[in-house]
Design a protein around this ligand. Structure first.
Ligand code: FAD
Length: 369
């Protein structure tokens, strides 16, 4: 069977879904193919914090892309809620960072980029998060940082795409990109060939394997992250709290996510006892009362890691009609809206209004293998 679309998006994680949404909104006929369920991989496993962790450690272009997403999330959530009736639970809880040793650098970054980040003392900290364990004398506070509930965001996006007429092919794997000379023609999948003049690789951690057949390597690799879910009650944790790379995220119904590990173990998505113990200990150090609640779930996801910390967004060099939107590593949820708009503008031949696209151009790391 040979099906056709204007644009074929390979991979239905948050990046593929948001890209498809932008393309459909621009009047294109869009099809998404996913080997599993839409949003079922890294996007489902993630925490949904709408800020890079320790944002001052990232290059300026990433700050620009994240800021665009942060500004546009409220309207995205509202649009999804209106179109689908599903609420992704956008919560502006704020982010407390208890590692104060980087305060000078953080404050300088905040001034340079117009970000809302202040240093607070122990009393203010106790007021913001009464349940904290041993409290440092000072902390960093980002009151504007929000989080979303990933499974609900996925549901809402999926429904919104259906409403927009995007064709969703789940349980269908892309085996090979179809090219004639230096022009993309579509893809060969487990359910037959799909013909499309524009193809977007949004395969998350698996993106590299999609372009190796073209003799290209991307630098994108899987990075495992494990997470625990405490069945706590509302109020036990009020803010996103972070220390030494470990964080807690309070959901509206009282559940608390505790994340996350960063492990270079290939495509192994299993969970480990060592990570469970370490995440549990870090969570109880932050908020001791969590010790009174059971761990309801423990899972792992594979982030699409990338060498230079910036995602690849744009045309794949040397192959007309082929685009990539991948390599968002720890920040795909916050970077997703800006990345999707940027790529849709590039594909439509329009000026890019989101941020300077040059630092994200695939040429820098999408090179002959
Ligand atoms: C534990 C953890 C915590 C995180 N916390 C946050 C956070 O708080 N904030 C934040 O912004 N980000 C966070 N992230 C990162 C974020 O989840 C990712 O950056 C984002 O989900 C990447 O989205 P994606 O669409 O590129 O990849 P994915 O969600 O992995 O989607 C890729 C899709 O491509 C499909 N696919 C792959 N190959 C093929 C093929 N050959 N054929 C068909 N389909 C294919 C897969 O089935 C998959 O559904 C976290 C990640 C993890 C694991």
């Amino acid at each position: 069977m040979k099906r056709t679309a204007d644009c074929l998006v390979i991979g239905g994680g948050i990046i593929g879904m948001l890209t498809a949404r932008e393309l459909a909104a621009a009047g294109r006929e869009v099809m998404i193919v996913d080997k599993g369920h839409l949003g079922g991989e890294s996007t489902w496993a993630g925490g949904g914090i709408l800020s890079p962790l320790y944002p001052w450690r990232y290059p300026a272009p990433l700050t620009a892309l994240a800021s665009w997403g942060q500004r546009h999330y409220p309207s995205l959530i509202e649009a999804l809620r209106e179109a689908t009736g599903i609420d992704p639970q956008w919560e502006p809880s704020g982010l407390l960072i208890l590692d104060a040793d980087e305060a000078a650098r953080a404050l300088q970054w905040a001034r340079a980029h117009g970000q809302d980040l202040v240093q607070i003392d122990g009393a203010e900290l106790a007021g913001l998060e009464p349940g904290l364990g041993p409290r440092p004398g000072r902390a960093l506070w980002m009151p504007g940082v929000a989080h979303v509930r990933n499974p609900r965001l996925i549901k809402a996006l999926r429904r919104a795409l259906e409403v927009m007429g995007v064709r969703l092919c789940e349980g269908v794997s892309v085996n090979e990109l179809l090219c004639v000379g230096d022009r993309t023609r579509g893809a060969r999948t487990s359910a037959g060939c799909i013909s499309a003049p524009q193809v977007v690789v949004a395969g998350g951690a698996w993106s590299a394997s999609l372009v190796t057949g073209l003799g290209l390597e991307t630098g994108i690799e899987p990075v495992r992250g494990q997470m625990l879910l405490f069945a706590a009650r509302p109020g036990v944790v009020r803010r996103i709290v972070m220390q030494d790379g470990r964080y807690l995220i309070p959901r509206r119904d009282g559940h608390v996510l505790a994340g996350s590990t960063v492990e270079y173990v290939g495509f192994d998505k299993s969970v480990t006892r060592a990570a469970r113990l370490s995440l549990h200990e870090a969570a109880l150090n932050l908020v001791p009362a969590l010790g009174g609640f059971p761990v309801e779930a423990h899972w792992a996801g594979l982030r699409p890691g990338n060498r230079d910390g910036l995602p690849l967004i744009g045309a794949v060099p040397g192959m007309e009609g082929l685009y990539i939107n991948s390599g968002h590593f720890r920040n795909g949820v916050v970077l997703g809206p800006g990345s999707a708009r940027m790529l849709a503008q590039i594909m439509g031949g329009q000026p890019v209004s989101v941020a300077d696209p040059d630092p994200f151009r695939p040429e820098r790391s999408c090179v002959p293998a």
